[in-house]
Design a protein around this ligand. Structure first.
Ligand SMILES: NC(=O)c1ccc[n+]([C@@H]2O[C@H](COP(=O)([O-])OP(=O)(O)OC[C@H]3O[C@@H](n4cnc5c(N)ncnc54)[C@H](OP(=O)(O)O)[C@@H]3O)[C@@H](O)[C@H]2O)c1
Length: 264
């Protein structure tokens, strides 16, 4: 693999810090397999790790980060609170920080919208945790634009990030524009599970650049200014998913990938 020169490109976050455009997803890795994957990812150059309390792997990630010897300020760590733990935010973030062996996370997300009237109070408590310095930025996951608007209307503060399923098939220019207009970075999950890796358009573009279709998908995310967090437990695939810096999709290729979006 050609080593990446310089830092990974990052998008500034409205609530502070900047999120590297490519990170390692860690669900559903646990135990030694998770530790090994994170250690290897850090070795090949990843600096952004995505986890959640419900993944049950924060302790392994904390240990892998600690053992890597990489300075904390070079890393971007995301974890999430599941709304079933609403009301126990301080305890949950304290547990996450202890297991991750850090005094703050770079991004703390509400894992999915809580039901009923809990959304705004939960967001207010997230903002308090941020003000206490335990998370540099806070955001949401699996929220619709109206659900984000409810938070903005009540508090005047938009989530820095919305982590949602995002692939060429799910591409939605209007939704992306809505997020941008509110200062919300879109972070896409399940880039491969939600894609047809044998799609002829992706395959043709991959062939033209002598890369894998998976790399085309990741490159498309990055060039469309969406963050992407592929998961792999396999060293070769962890490395391959990080090798997306030496080719560029042209405007026509990007448009052909956008056009794979499934229309409702
Ligand atoms: N916020 C949420 O609600 C939410 C929901 C789902 C996921 N996430 C986050 O997003 C991350 C990624 O999503 P995901 O795990 O659902 O799906 P994904 O990253 O799209 O796909 C992972 C699958 O693709 C395989 N894979 C990885 N690299 C590959 C490559 N280069 N070629 C072929 N296959 C490859 C992996 O197998 P191997 O491991 O064997 O390589 C695994 O089976 C998760 O790990 C998690 O951190 C968040």
């Amino acid at each position: 693999m050609s080593p990446r020169e310089g830092p990974i490109p990052a998008l500034p976050l409205s609530l502070g810090g900047a999120i590297p455009v490519l990170g390692l997803g860690t669900w559903p890795m646990v135990g030694a397999g998770c530790y090994d994957a994170v250690r290897y990812a850090l070795e090949v150059g990843y600096r952004h790790i995505d986890t959640a309390t419900t993944y049950d792997n924060e302790a392994e990630i904390g240990r892998a980060i600690h053992d890597s010897g990489i300075a904390r300020d070079e890393l971007f760590i995301t974890t999430k609170l599941h709304p079933k733990h609403a009301g126990r935010e301080r305890q949950v973030i304290s547990d996450s920080l202890r297991q991750l062996r850090t005094d703050h996370v770079d991004l703390w997300l509400i894992h999915c919208p809580p039901g009923g009237d809990e959304s705004v109070p939960l967001w207010q408590r997230f903002l308090e945790v941020r003000e206490a310095g335990l998370a540099t930025a806070v955001g949401v996951s699996n929220y619709s634009t109206p659900e984000i608007d409810e938070l903005i209307e009540a508090t005047g503060v938009a989530p820095a990030v919305n982590q949602i399923p995002w692939t060429p098939r799910q591409y939605d220019e209007a939704r992306l524009a809505e997020a941008r207009a509110r200062g919300v970075v879109v972070e896409g999950y399940s880039p491969f599970r939600g894609s047809d890796l044998a799609d002829p358009v992706l395959t043709e573009i991959a062939l033209a650049h002598r890369v894998a279709t998976t790399q085309v998908i990741l490159r498309w995310h990055v060039q469309r200014d969406t963050v992407v967090i592929p998961k792999s437990a396999d060293p070769d695939r962890i490395a391959s998913n990080f090798e997306i810096w030496d080719f560029t999709l042209d405007g026509d290729e990007l448009a052909r990938i956008d056009a794979l979006a499934l229309r409702p």
